[in-house]
Design a protein around this ligand. Structure first.
Ligand code: MG
Length: 367
């Protein structure tokens, strides 16, 4: 089987609520999504999506994905999409780095490979748990009272995993954590996501002041060096997501004991093929995982769900439904949707959901 044509589409996904990142980074109102369609000489078509969470969050750029695909396309056309490692190597040779531009290509290959095998991607990767995956809420930086209200709204919809966004104001962070913990419901997973919003002294002050609560923090510093520097000075479990990019990062975090949880963001790390190696390092080192889209439509959420399904349930803390934060629909309501705070793996072959082409704007094709 050969890839005969790569068609690239663009779509602005409108956020239901404009998003302000912590630490003075810019506000944004839409996500710039790139969708790719692969045609093959055997009649199968596969879809991939790459949607960064804006371009002020981490080094990733919507137009950069499309430019990267233009550069890589001549090296991918003619390859067998079922041989995902061959495609991965071709991309890495054609364009070192730029992982976020590679993930939609990797995803389209897995979609076709799954269809060719008649299996959902999760099963093709070696077997998939059908346990519905808890969706982590996203509780923005607000006052104690507002945090309580937003959490209640999520709980009323069945959510049992929560990502409470903190960072930037030490006293307010401590007050919000204490209040959330006081009202924590039985069986909930709560992660306090700093999104790199603290300096080292701020991190130590909040983490020390809440040590008695034994809570988990995500990305409590800008870099792995920051997280390593404060490591011996606090007792809290740490999750790393923004600093988890390459397999080398993964190995360092595991070896040096910098985190007890990985937040694997599929677009950020370059797609399923590369993320699967991070999963294996995590499992080999007793590190639990959140697996999620970096941003995007139901396609991006579904990609994450397939990887999440290959992780034992007791090591898989949650996923995310970015689709619930955007008002733009590109798949006519198809694919896994939030049900009682959980996402269910689709049983169709391949990804199990595809977009409606008429919802998208075609920007390029390569053959
Ligand atoms: Mg995070």
């Amino acid at each position: 089987m050969k890839i005969t044509c790569i068609t690239v589409f663009q779509k602005n996904l409108t956020l239901e609520h404009p998003y302000w990142l912590s630490g003075g980074r810019l506000k944004f109102e839409t996500l710039d999504a790139t969708l790719v369609k692969f045609d093959t000489d055997e009649g199968l078509t596969g879809w991939g999506e790459g949607t960064p969470w804006g371009h002020t969050y981490v080094p990733a750029h919507g137009p950069g994905i499309r430019a990267g695909i233009e550069t890589m396309a001549p090296f991918i056309l003619g390859l067998d999409p079922r041989r995902v490692l061959d495609v991965e190597r071709a991309m890495d040779l054609a364009l070192p780095g730029h992982l976020y531009a590679k993930s939609p290509i990797d995803m389209a290959c897995w979609d076709i490979a799954g269809q060719a095998a008649g299996l959902p991607i999760a099963d093709l990767m070696g077997g998939g748990s059908r346990t519905p995956k808890p969706i982590a809420s996203s509780v923005g930086a607000k006052t104690v009272e507002e945090t309580r209200e937003v959490l209640k709204r999520y709980r009323d919809r069945g959510y049992i995993a929560h990502s409470v966004k903190i960072g930037g104001d030490v006293d307010r962070d401590i007050a919000r954590i204490r209040d959330v913990e006081e009202h924590r419901a039985e069986g909930e997973t709560i992660l306090y996501d700093v999104n790199r919003g603290w300096t080292r002294q701020q991190a130590l002050r909040v983490m020390s002041a809440t040590e008695d609560l034994n809570v988990m923090f995500e990305q409590p510093g800008e870099t792995l060096d920051d997280i390593a520097a404060i490591r011996t000075k606090h007792a809290a479990p740490v999750s790393v997501d923004e600093s988890l990019v390459t397999l080398q990062d993964t190995a360092r975090i595991a070896r040096d004991g910098l985190a007890e949880v990985f937040g694997i963001k599929l677009n950020r790390v370059g797609g399923l093929t590369k993320a699967a190696r991070m999963r294996d390092i995590a499992l080999a080192h007793g590190i639990d995982t959140f697996v999620m889209a970096t941003g995007g439509s139901v396609l991006a959420d579904t990609e994450a769900l397939h990887l999440a399904a290959t992780i034992p349930d007791h090591n898989m803390l949650g996923t995310w439904a970015c689709q619930d934060m955007i008002t733009t629909e590109i798949a006519d309501g198809a694919g896994p949707r939030a049900k009682n705070g959980h996402l269910h793996l689709p049983e169709g072959p391949g990804l199990g959901v595809r977009p409606s082409e008429k919802a998208l704007t075609k920007v390029a094709d390569y053959e």
